[in-house]
Write a protein that binds this ligand. Sequence first.
Ligand code: FAD
Length: 364
Amino acid sequence: MQVLVIGAGVVGLAIARHAALAGHDVTVAEITGGIANGVSSRNSEVIHAGLYYPTETLRAKLCVRGRRMLYAYCTSRGVAHRKCGKLVVATNEAELAKVETILAQSQINGVEGVEMIGGNAARAMEAELFCIGALWSPETGIIDSHGYMRAMWGELEDQGGRIAFKTPVERMNYKAPQWHVHFGGSEACVLQFDAVVNAAGLGAQALARRIEGYPAGKVPRLVLGKGNYFGFAGKPAFSRLIYPTPIDGGLGVHVTLDLAGRMRFGPDVEWITEENYTVDPHRADSFYARVRTYFPALPDGTLVPDYAGIRPKLTGKGEGQADFMIAGPADHGMPRLVSLFGIESPGLTSSLAIAEDVVAYLSS
Ligand SMILES: Cc1cc2nc3c(=O)[nH]c(=O)nc-3n(C[C@H](O)[C@H](O)[C@H](O)COP(=O)(O)OP(=O)(O)OC[C@H]3O[C@@H](n4cnc5c(N)ncnc54)[C@H](O)[C@@H]3O)c2cc1C
């Protein structure tokens, strides 16, 4: 089939690569001038183990499967990563009960190696840490996400696929037996494809509304959950990822590390109505307070505004977590079209598993 994938983020690239390896002729259309200019360049670069997500949800299944596939991929393709492990820490009795719930959920989700450890054992691993107990997750890691995306782009091209940059998809309609896709940009044109994947991230809902005949009731609401990060101007205090217990809309302000060992804190959750990526320095106050519950020695004046990302959420404040939405022909009634909505965390970790499922949908 001639397959069009809309969006060159980590999910679109994984789908394009998988479709090309499956023998399809693949084109990726990307509105910006490069890969990974959307949500995929503004995240924590954590390979999640799959601890938290409710039983049998797509997030639970795709995260665990995707994580195993991602480690195998990184090893075989030489993508930089480190399985550094993660501690989810409890600083009081109420949090300890929450962490035990996460342990039970992670075991249901089939996550390998998770165990509860005491405060002393946690401090023996990380001397600067305060906690009364913690969940240890040895399968969690970090990845050079840009190296990963470049590797998939290379494979796509090796298979004869291509990415058209500065090529916005403006609208499309189905006229049997093909999709007629209207491209904007400097070389505006209409081209035909057998199958289309909408992997447009924050633009997925707007794009779905411009697909002629796409049922309006099947386009979910888009809620913007901004996550701010603060860098740490000091010698890194931890060598493993440290997470507090989750909060409404996110996993809590945690310690993330990059492959150079640099430490930063975030993301928090800020509900916004319009895209903006400015980090308000005043948010540092709440970061100091939260981080000091598990890193009491955090010195004053060490947090510096870093960057922000925006989660493409399907639910808002106080509404609980939504699952990923992968809408295929059975959901919206249109042939050989898959639309992805709400692919927030753990979308990076899940990308290879999402790709397998989406390509299977296209052929069904
Ligand atoms: C703060 C934050 C932290 C996160 N941390 C993690 C983490 O540690 N681990 C993890 O597994 N996941 C994490 N995630 C989730 C992960 O980053 C996302 O799930 C993933 O990047 C989504 O990729 P995508 O390809 O769907 O979207 P995007 O990367 O946004 O790609 C969509 C692309 O479509 C393009 N586009 C839009 N409209 C059009 C159009 N009409 N025509 C052509 N192109 C178009 C955009 O320019 C964009 O490049 C995090 C997310 C956030 C926001």
